[in-house]
Design a protein. Structure first.
Length: 40
């Protein structure tokens, strides 16, 4: 999308980036089961 909109680096820097993503949540859940979660 950034390429299509001809975004600059500044545009990308100021964009709102979704957090957490589903993959981050799955990874954190797996780490938590191993008592290694970083967001306890």
């Amino acid at each position: 999308m950034a390429l299509r909109l001809e975004s600059t680096v500044e545009d990308l820097f100021q964009a709102i980036h979704a957090h957490p993503t589903l993959s981050e949540a799955m990874g954190e859940a797996a780490l938590s089961l191993l008592s290694r979660g970083i967001h306890l």
